[in-house]
Design a protein around this ligand. Structure first.
Ligand code: ZN
Length: 574
């Protein structure tokens, strides 16, 4: 995201509050005013309801937290791969595990210092899922005794450093997405490149990638792996990003390195290590390939003044379906991404576009275990039939495509949109992708280019998707973007609330206009690089309404999990 095209984090993420709770609206409002971070502005903190506690007297706090996650095993058929290609997958998983260790260091510190201090097995497992003692589904609230709030700058910056202190000293090195910031004895801030700070682990990860490269049969993939290994060693990623976009026929893929900047909630500058090991679904990919050709036309027809759509979306962009076999680091922390759009580097994007990866097995798990049960609780009965996997897949896919639309550089001389909107950039970019994704669905549906489904399927599934995402509360940029969008649709009559049943319905007549006007609003804010206007919008509309709070409580009382946790590794692949 950050221009994020990267949603690697998917976009459509979610996060949520804990089951069995109730919100105190005054608490949310207060935290919104007192905090400068995106995350805290929508913190949705709840306390258990007495009747819910009674229902499950035997459940420990750790067991209740673990109910937030539905287990899911990542599998894929590797039988079409040669022995060497299967061996290569093993090496890629090894490299991914190094990213996992590095993310621990960036987010919390020494992994085993924390894990070994926790006796309760559920709480220990919950700490593993969260890569630390703070609950990513509950606004980073600490769930292990003795821990205070999570430092917004994680371990990227000195914990005691003030924002002003950084801003006074900041230069390109300190702001770099690939450096740690540390204070020397005089209090002077120093930038330490990642490849220096984490030298030993980086050498190991590069070694695994080189071994994998030796086995790679697809020349494009071999080249990418070789360049990516080098990139890890010097933190210069552009050549490997280009090589990644150049390869087209590889059956196996890996996304690896410091990529997303969500973990840096202080400034949104610093990238966190992560990895995905992926097996391409060739048939599914062919179906998706046709949509990229519509990008230039859709860009030209965006519902906004011409000056905000003058950048040309890359025409080399492609869209593919995969099964994920391993998630590591940032990608595996808390809520799980089900689609990826990379690279994030704006220069490479403008030159070559991006690649969008739909992770079908992970997506299916979320649809069945989370989205359908939510629709059953919250959507009016007569519209529930419109919540379909096809629409969920399409909305998610077009979210990814939509990251390529709009504008990357401000028109007001403030550099890139990402730089000018700072800590809000991720949430705004996700909000843009969600709304423009739906705009694209509408357009293509009207052109007769979408396979099957009624427009109502896409609208209704989109609404159910927002409920899912808003549960994420605060610790993800996506959760924030969803809250803003939900409030916008409710204000404009696109969603109706039915007091007596507690259900919501879509009003298709008002939906279209709301999609267009919200698209325009976001594209304009990005093009203007208007940090203050965005901050004001978050303050005013980033709150949870009483109805929405009730809706989330209904979901939580129904015991619907918030996200997925993976069982993963070589042993689960056939
Ligand atoms: Zn996204």
């Amino acid at each position: 995201m950050k221009n994020q095209l990267l949603c690697i984090t998917l976009c459509i993420v979610l996060s949520a509050c804990q089951p069995q709770s109730e919100t105190d609206p005054s608490e949310s409002a207060q935290s919104a005013q007192s905090s400068q971070t995106v995350q805290k502005e929508v913190a949705y903190q709840q306390d258990p309801k007495p009747e819910d506690i009674k229902k499950q007297p035997e459940k420990s706090a750790g067991a209740q937290l673990m109910d937030n996650y539905a287990g899911f095993t990542l599998t894929a058929n590797l039988s079409h791969l040669s022995d060497n290609q299967q061996k290569m997958v093993d090496y890629l998983i090894q490299a991914a595990k190094v990213m996992d260790d590095l993310f621990w260091l960036q987010s919390y510190g020494e992994k085993y210092d924390l894990l070994n201090s926790i006796d309760d097995p559920d709480l220990k497992r919950y700490a593993e899922i969260n890569y630390g003692p703070w609950d990513r589904l509950a606004g980073d609230k600490p769930f292990i005794e003795g821990y205070g709030i999570k430092p917004p700058g994680a371990r990227f910056y000195p914990p005691e450093m003030a924002k002003e202190e950084f801003n006074t000293q900041a230069d390109d090195n300190l702001r770099s997405i690939y450096t740690l910031v540390r204070a020397d004895e005089q209090g002077q801030l120093q930038a330490i490149p990642y490849h220096v700070a984490y030298e030993e682990a980086i050498l190991q990860a590069a070694e695994w990638l080189k071994k994998a490269a030796e086995l790679a049969e697809d020349p494009g993939f071999k080249n990418y792996l070789t360049l990516r290994a080098q990139a890890l060693l010097n933190d210069e990623y552009q050549a490997s990003d280009r090589a990644w976009l150049d390869m087209k026929n590889n059956a196996v893929d890996v996304v690896i390195g410091p990529i997303e900047t969500y973990e840096d909630q202080l400034f949104g500058y610093k990238a966190a290590y992560e990895a995905f090991v992926l097996i391409k679904d060739k048939k599914g990919s062919e179906k998706l390939a046709k949509y990229a050709q519509f990008l230039p036309r859709l860009q030209a027809e965006l519902p906004v003044a011409d000056k905000y759509k003058q950048e040309t979306p890359g025409t080399d962009s492609d869209l593919n379906a995969y099964d994920a076999v391993y998630y590591a680091g940032d990608a595996n922390a808390g809520s799980k991404t089900i689609a990826i759009n990379l690279p994030n580097d704006e220069q490479v994007q403008l030159e070559k576009g991006t690649r969008r990866l739909q992770l079908k097995n992970a997506m299916h798990a979320k649809f069945e275990k989370i989205l359908l049960p939510i629709a059953h609780e919250l959507v009016v009965p007569e519209q529930r039939k419109h919540v379909t996997f096809e629409a969920f897949f399409a909305n998610t896919m077009f979210h990814e495509v939509a990251h390529g639309l709009g504008i990357k550089n401000t028109l007001t001389g403030q550099g890139t949109v990402r730089e000018s909107l700072k800590e809000y950039a991720g949430a705004v970019e996700e909000g843009k992708a969600d709304i423009l994704g739906l705009y694209m669905v509408e357009k293509l549906h009207r052109l007769g280019e979408l396979d099957g489904g009624e427009l109502m399927d896409y609208y209704t599934t989109f609404m159910a998707g927002i409920f899912r995402s808003v549960r994420f509360g605060s610790s993800s940029a996506h959760g924030v973007a969803n809250l803003l969008r939900f409030n916008y649709f409710a204000e404009h009559g696109a969603f109706n609330y039915h007091q007596e049943s507690g259900h919501y319905s879509v009003n298709p007549e008002k939906m279209s206009a709301a999609i267009a006007s919200l698209s325009e609003k976001i594209l304009t804010l990005q093009g203007d690089g208007d940090y203050q206007a965005v901050a004001d919008w978050f303050q005013q509309d980033g709150q949870m309404s009483p109805q929405l709070t009730q809706a989330l409580d209904a979901i939580n009382r129904a015991g619907i999990p918030v996200d997925i946790v993976f069982q993963q590794g070589r042993q689960y692949l056939n």
